[in-house]
Design a protein around this ligand. Structure first.
Ligand SMILES: [Zn+2]
Length: 210
């Protein structure tokens, strides 16, 4: 999931306006940002299918540090504390962990059964697998994004969020709709780099515009 995560950032920002928008945007991206660094570092493993861009064919072999409910949110707690100290704003700690936990919860809707709960060997893995129905997943993710944005934002901010979300979701369309026959992403490191770029670009654009 990509733009859907950011809807929760806007919701958290509406509920806790004392926490700066870039901080909540990073919090909901945190598991994927961490993952995008741990894959090239060799600590987490993903396998892409060279013959298809569809997300249901991506095999997330191992990502206990970034994408487990318990261990993943332990790191987000540490980063949340560091940001809270830097900004002298203790509210950042619970909001940052909530944002990061929301990422894991939303991922369980779309991912196949590959998301660890604890983050240690022999772990139970969960995932409802909405990606198995790519067109439905494509529609549901933007509909969810738009609905939460409509609740959290208003006026020009809402309009900007809907446009930014639509553009980024459109850029991500190939991974739902299989518009290219082969996978345009050629390696797991390239896939991780794309995630870093995508989450980073959305965070910067949304921070500047909204
Ligand atoms: Zn994720």
């Amino acid at each position: 999931m990509f733009v859907g995560h950011f809807a929760i950032a806007f919701l958290l920002w509406r509920l806790f306006p004392q926490v700066p928008l870039p901080v909540v945007l990073v919090s909901v991206s945190f598991p994927d940002l961490l993952w995008s660094l741990l894959v090239p570092a060799g600590l987490e493993k993903v396998r892409i299918n060279p013959d298809s861009p569809l997300q249901k064919f991506i095999i997330f072999e191992k990502y206990p540090y970034s994408h487990s409910l318990i261990l993943g949110n332990f790191w987000s707690l540490l980063l949340g504390i560091a940001i809270a100290v830097a900004l002298n704003n203790p509210l950042v700690i619970p909001v940052f962990v909530l944002g990061s936990a929301s990422h894991w919860i939303l991922d369980t809707v779309v991912h196949l059964k590959d998301l660890p709960i604890l983050g240690f060997d022999g772990d139970t893995k969960v995932g409802a697998g909405l990606w198995r129905r790519p067109l439905l997943a494509f529609i549901v993710e933007y509909a969810f994004y738009a609905m939460v944005c409509a609740f959290a934002l208003s006026g020009a901010s809402l309009f900007s969020a809907l446009v930014i979300g639509g553009v980024f979701h459109g850029i991500n369309a190939n991974s739902f709709l299989g518009l290219s026959k082969k996978n345009t992403v050629k390696s797991s490191n390239a896939y991780a780099g794309l995630a870093l770029f995508g989450f980073g670009a959305f965070t910067i654009v949304a921070s500047l515009v909204i």
